[in-house]
Ligand binder design. Structure first.
Ligand SMILES: NC(=O)c1ccc[n+]([C@@H]2O[C@H](COP(=O)([O-])OP(=O)(O)OC[C@H]3O[C@@H](n4cnc5c(N)ncnc54)[C@H](O)[C@@H]3O)[C@@H](O)[C@H]2O)c1
Length: 447
């Protein structure tokens, strides 16, 4: 294992940002390989989902690898020889000359690492979900607001690059279903668990369980948290309240993204939810949440509705079985429905005489631009932060804040009003306690 920091001569982003702040974009030179303009990147969480980014990362300089399981370093170092290894992400963020971090760790660490990284003026790609409480989403967004236009951010909702996301958005914006009124998204993954796993065995050598827990309250070690295949191990821990947000952080992030992109979502003014009986260990499998969203510059107020774990919106027609769409979205307007999954959409106009003459489809020149390779969009924005990324921390924090507010409403058990300016419920003070969580001593999200 290489433990020597790589000597670097990085110009701090502040200087580089100054160059790009105006309308003249001068590509800043980054990192030790300034001639080729590569970024110095740290990969935090090198196995599992981390593996999915190796190819994209190989275009840049991976100078640091961080993982709490040292057994994952040898293979990662084969791919990124010369990188310095770290077991504690707090130390990794101080790696000299770092430009950017990719966070592929479990959900309960995302907001912490992302917030710390932004505060150290690092560009951040964070796997979804960005946060597991309303308060975490707000904390990260608040920090991001101070760095907007200077740092590039992206949440790993890479399905957003699928062309269907643009096509659905265009159809909604162009009035293919009339004026938008209601939007629905659902996911039917179901992984029920009775509670946290009981204490069993001891962590293998080189597995730093205390760092894995990080800010989460203590729960004893059990190998069942680490029994999944690469990229799917999150399904071993993401349903527990202290480690994830269940379906909302899992496929829900991808599916709500399809909806959020099309409706130009913003924080809701109310939330209401119901589902299976509350379990203090495990997030609900079966649950549905309903939100009221204010009008924006192209549409009136709408409702957004999220269904999971077997709960489903009503199909507009008996011959359409929405349950056949594992993860989907549906939009209701004044003139019809649009139903979509990640790569398909269909329009169902109201009435057998609907001729759709009210709707003019776009010319090909007016189609929304393709996102391209999702990680590359972020790398390009790191080099020129005036460039927009599809799932920056503004877009993504709002989306996950709304979904997490659904879990708050579920716990309160009644419809609550929500004030997005303060992140509190004006009519249900008891809801405010569920917007945040306690962290273990020694862990501070604002570090
Ligand atoms: N975008 C997608 O399509 C997609 C797909 C799968 C997973 N994910 C997300 O990726 C994340 C990781 O999921 P996974 O299944 O790879 O999980 P995992 O449990 O396999 O963990 C991934 C890696 O992170 C390491 N790790 C754990 N805690 C760490 C810490 N505190 N510091 C450094 N390294 C740490 C693990 O040892 C492992 O190598 C989750 O947040 C999940 O939601 C996204």
């Amino acid at each position: 294992m290489n433990t020597q920091p790589t000597p670097l001569s990085r110009r701090r982003f502040v200087g580089a940002a100054g160059l790009v702040a105006g309308s003249m974009i001068t590509r800043p030179l980054f990192g030790q390989n300034a001639a080729s303009n590569k970024l110095n990147v740290a990969l935090i969480g090198v196995w599992g989902r981390g593996l999915a980014h190796y190819e994209a990362l190989s275009e840049e300089n991976v100078v640091a690898l961080c993982d709490i399981n040292e057994a994952h370093f040898p293979d990662a170092l084969k791919r990124f020889p010369g990188a310095t290894t770290y077991i504690d992400w707090r130390k990794c963020l101080d790696h000299k000359g770092l430009d950017a971090v990719m966070i592929c760790t479990p959900d309960h660490t995302h907001a912490f690492i992302a917030n710390w990284a932004l505060k150290r003026n690092l560009h951040v790609y964070c796997e979804k979900p960005l946060a597991i409480t309303v308060d975490e989403a707000r904390t990260v967004r608040a920090t991001w607001e101070t760095k907007k236009g200077k740092l590039a951010t992206q949440v790993g909702m890479q399905r957003h690059a699928q062309p269907n996301f643009n096509r659905v958005k265009e159809l909604i914006r162009d009035g293919a279903i009339g004026e938008l009124k209601d939007a629905y998204a659902w996911g039917n993954r179901q992984i029920p668990k009775p509670g946290y796993f009981p204490e069993e065995g001891t962590p293998p050598p080189g597995f730093h369980y205390d760092l894995w827990l990080g800010p989460a309250p203590f729960h004893p070690y059990n190998p069942a948290y680490f029994s999944g295949k690469a990229g799917a191990n999150c399904l071993s821990w993401n349903m527990f309240w202290d480690f994830g947000a269940g379906q909302i952080g899992d496929m829900g992030s991808h599916t709500m993204d399809l909806l959020w992109n099309a409706v130009d979502g913003s924080l809701p003014t109310s939330a209401e939810a119901k589902g299976e009986a509350y379990n203090s260990d495990v997030t609900p499998v079966n649950c549905e949440s309903h939100f009221e969203l204010p009008a924006n510059d192209w549409r009136g107020p709408i409702t957004v509705n999220w269904y999971q774990g077997g709960a489903m919106p009503r199909s507009p027609k008996p011959f359409i079985d929405l349950t056949k769409i594992g993860h989907g979205a549906m939009f209701k307007g004044t003139k019809g429905f649009l139903i979509a999954d990640f790569d398909t959409r269909m329009i169902l106009p109201f009435g057998d005489d609907a001729d759709m003459t009210y709707y003019k489809s776009r010319k090909s020149d007016d189609l929304l631009p393709a996102v391209g390779v999702f990680q590359k969009q972020w790398f390009d924005a790191c080099r020129d932060p005036s460039k927009k990324t599809a799932c920056d921390f503004g877009y993504s924090a709002d989306m996950i804040e709304m979904m997490l507010l659904g879990l708050v409403a579920y716990r309160v058990g009644k419809k609550i009003k929500y004030d997005g300016k303060t992140g509190t419920s004006p009519d249900t003070p008891e809801a405010n306690a569920f917007m945040k969580k306690e962290y273990r001593d020694g862990w501070n999200i604002d570090g």
